[in-house]
Design a protein around this ligand. Structure first.
Ligand code: TRP
Length: 76
């Protein structure tokens, strides 16, 4: 597979542990801003990728975040 085809293939999973967890996508490139906010209800799961438009993701609220780097719980 060529390098270009292998870009942004990785998925991450977010599971909401409370109502109204926000998953916020931040733009790729020079200008870093919010471009999308997804609201999850308790128990809802979002499966998403990093893309040409999204280079970072911010999670607000109690959730479990699963990536290839491991599992992170936003709760203290
Ligand atoms: N249209 C967005 C994109 O392709 C959708 C998206 C992908 C997104 N991953 C995300 C939105 C993560 C929020 C968080 O980049």
């Amino acid at each position: 597979m060529e390098e270009q085809e292998q870009k942004n293939t990785e998925y991450f999973v977010i599971k909401a542990k409370e109502q109204g967890v926000q998953v916020i996508g931040l733009t790729r490139g020079k200008d870093t801003r919010f471009h999308h906010t997804e609201k999850l209800d308790k128990g809802e799961v979002l499966i998403a990728q990093f893309t040409d438009h999204t280079s970072a993701v911010k999670v607000r609220g109690k959730a479990i975040v699963m990536t290839k780097h491991g599992v992170v719980d936003t709760e203290e």
